[in-house]
Write a protein that binds this ligand. Structure first.
Ligand code: KG4
Ligand code: ZN
Length: 382
């Protein structure tokens, strides 16, 4: 008898996660073991360390997810795991473990694209909150430390289809937050630090120009995908502009002082950094965040108009950003378009989104082969 219960496993980057979700809409458990403390001292994810941490965490995390859901492996209808994109070594830990559970138990294994998972973080919660889905088609902005992608998402006979209509040509938006935070002597990951400090600065202090976030578009790529250039993103230019600002305004000494003061505080937070930031620094932080959020907002709503979308959804770590939520919500209200974000817990990497994305695939009997392996740069959609 079908129970509708799917165990999701996620290990694509620096979180080891497992969750049990019923029929893509009811979360019975969602456990995330974060590796932030391991990678913080390096200012970014170290792939080798990530794989080791996943190996250490995978069994206890899966066990905790089953215990919290009050079920055993026998109760599951399927096991879902992230196939990619992500760090190959990290992905392989989750995939190998999922196989080792699925095959002896004779349970189907379902492979999930991490980006589709982020989209389903929103759909899962929408189903819980409203009892019915967002109007479709939707423009989905997946914006995280590794990705900045725009998709047109639609459903056909219960299956989901995605058309990739734009992406970053260099850094992801979250990567820019992380690099700028590091450059300014703040903590890792940088997004939450910048989010917390930006309201204390003047967002008009540094006039970043559109040219600094305008991608150099590759003609071949636009032709191949039949893309419109207007939906490409580029965030490496603005990062360089921040660096240049820091250099020309001789901010190096104050940055170093902040970095070393924070390094002496155990588990430092943005509140610890606030008294260490002068008006100029806070203005730079606020202006950077405003420029990135505005670029994301402009292109997402432009895409919604171009493709006649009935709603917008935003997911991935950067979707946790407060200014982004405020500005997207305001524009959506002006246009009369529904906009949805995941809760903060489901914005960043988790396994509930993987288990939720697997439900339509279980219904369609779309199962992975025993040869399933990690695909570090797995694309989503057409
Ligand atoms: O989705 P996620 O957990 O992992 C990836 O798939 O990359 O996203 C992590 C990214 C990091 O770059 C982090 O700085 C960013 O999301 N992030 C934020 C915020 N919270 C996390 N960026 C801006 N504002 C935030 N509040
Ligand atoms: Zn992610």
């Amino acid at each position: 008898m079908r129970t509708g219960l799917i165990l999701g496993i996620e290990s694509s980057c620096d979180e080891t996660a497992a969750a049990v979700v019923r029929e893509g809409r009811e979360t019975l458990s969602s456990i995330v073991a974060s590796q932030i403390a391991t990678h913080a001292r390096y200012g970014g994810v170290v792939p080798e360390l990530a794989s080791r941490e996943h190996l250490r965490n995978i069994m206890p995390v899966v066990r905790a997810a089953l215990t919290e859901a009050n079920i055993t492996l026998d109760d599951l209808d399927a096991i879902a795991v992230t196939e990619g994109p992500g760090l190959a070594g990290a992905l392989l830990v989750g995939i190998s473990y999922a196989k080792s559970l699925a095959f002896p138990l004779n349970k189907p294994l379902i492979a999930i694209n991490h980006l589709e998972g982020h989209i389903h973080a929103v759909l899962l919660e929408q189903a819980q909150i409203q009892g019915d889905a967002l109007p479709l088609p939707a423009i989905a902005l997946v914006v995280s430390g590794g990705h900045t992608h725009l998709y047109l998402a639609r459903q056909q006979h219960k299956s989901w289809h995605y058309k990739n209509i734009g992406h970053t040509v260099d850094d992801a938006a979250g990567e820019a937050f992380d690099k700028v935070a590091k450059l300014l002597g703040l903590g890792y990951p940088g997004g939450p630090w910048i989010d917390a400090l930006a309201p204390h600065g003047n967002p008009a202090a540094v006039p970043f120009s559109f040219a600094q976030i305008k991608p150099k578009v590759y003609r071949k790529e636009t032709q191949r995908h039949n893309f419109s250039q207007q939906f490409f993103f580029s965030f490496s230019g603005i990062k360089t502009a921040v660096l240049r600002y820091v250099q020309t305004h001789e901010m190096a000494a104050s940055i170093e002082a902040r970095r070393s003061t924070l390094a002496r505080i155990p588990n430092p937070r943005a509140a610890d950094a606030l008294p260490l930031c002068d008006e100029q620094t806070l203005g730079l932080i606020a202006s950077f965040q405003r420029a990135v959020v505005e670029d994301l907002r402009r292109k997402t709503f432009q895409a919604a108009e171009t493709f006649g979308a009935a709603s917008i959804l935003v997911s991935g770590g950067v979707a946790a950003n407060r200014e982004l939520r405020v500005r997207f919500t305001a524009e959506a209200a002006d246009r009369g378009l529904p906009v949805a974000f995941p809760s903060l817990a489901l914005s960043t990497d988790n396994a509930a989104m993987i288990a939720a994305a697997a439900w339509p695939k279980l219904l369609a009997s779309e199962f992975a082969s025993p040869e399933l392996t990690a695909v570090a740069s797995l694309p989503l959609g057409t």
